[in-house]
Design a protein around this ligand. Structure first.
Ligand code: BT5
Length: 239
């Protein structure tokens, strides 16, 4: 089986898979040294200085899976990968990984559904060897190098993260992954008051838990309600 497909430059690893998924196989991984149009959620940008992990994994699900869970599976994989290098990692539901309160990694899951899922793409960006960030990102982004003071071999890291991600996804399919626990124990938001976009307005809510279906349970206006990742934007210090 192919390990991963490497490019020096792509617009976006997610977009590459979208355009080529028919000729790619389940669990193929596409990586790029640099993206010219790296994407976040909701048309936001993902920036890189050619010093980070930029990868996407293609899933061609055999049966319908609960897609709302895939960002959590990816978060757990990134957590397990980073844990070997740093402590103090927090997961900000549903798709950000923070170290020392700043964003070290982001996850973007995109899907195409016709009569079944044609694809689920898990895109992951992790800041590795960046020595600094531009003015707009400086206060909210962090790289592994900024935490450890050590430069890493990105090609070796691609092998490790690819292995962990594929393994975590296979365990998830077998219902043997502890991804929910990882997301709960290391949550940046459980027990916290955060802002949540509800009906277009930012509302202050207290997060009580992450549910088994991947939604969050919050207390809002004295009532407990669940929200799925598709409905809300958490807005504490970041978007
Ligand atoms: C994300 O979106 O965090 C998902 C990022 C996914 C990136 C990967 S890279 C490989 C694959 N191919 C792609 O094209 N995308 C995926 P969101 O939660 O919307 O966060 C975006 C926001 O994070 C931006 O608006 C910035 O504020 C901030 N940001 C941008 N670049 C960053 C970086 N390198 N490190 C930390 N924060 C960043």
């Amino acid at each position: 089986m192919r390990k991963y497909i490497y490019f020096d430059e792509l617009t976006s690893t997610n977009d590459y898979i979208k355009e080529n998924y028919q000729s790619l196989s389940n669990l193929d991984i596409v990586v790029a040294k640099h993206q010219t149009k790296g994407k976040g959620r909701l048309s936001r940008d993902w920036e890189d200085g050619s010093n980070s992990i930029l990868l996407s994994m293609l899933i061609k699900p055999k049966k319908d899976l609960l897609v709302s869970l895939t960002p959590l599976v990816a978060s757990a994989a990134v957590y397990k990968f980073l844990k070997k290098y740093v402590d103090n990692i927090q997961i900000k539901w549903p798709n950000d990984i923070l170290v020392n309160g700043k964003k070290i990694a982001g996850i973007l899951v995109e899907t195409k559904y016709l009569e079944k899922f044609e694809y689920v793409i898990i895109g992951i960006g992790i800041n590795i060897n960046d020595e600094s960030f531009n003015k707009t990102l400086k206060d909210k982004a962090i790289s592994l190098y900024e935490v450890t003071g050590k430069k890493e071999n990105i090609l070796e890291m691609y092998e490790k993260i690819s292995e962990i991600l594929r393994k975590e996804y296979k365990l998830f399919l077998k219902e043997k992954s502890n991804y929910l626990e990882i997301n709960r124990i290391n949550s940046a938001i459980i027990g916290e008051e955060v802002f949540l976009k509800i009906d277009g307005k930012l509302e202050k809510v207290k997060v009580l838990n992450i549910m088994d279906d991947g939604s969050i349970l919050v207390n809002y206006n004295g009532q407990n309600k669940t929200f799925t990742s598709g409905e809300v934007t958490l807005n504490k210090n970041y978007n």
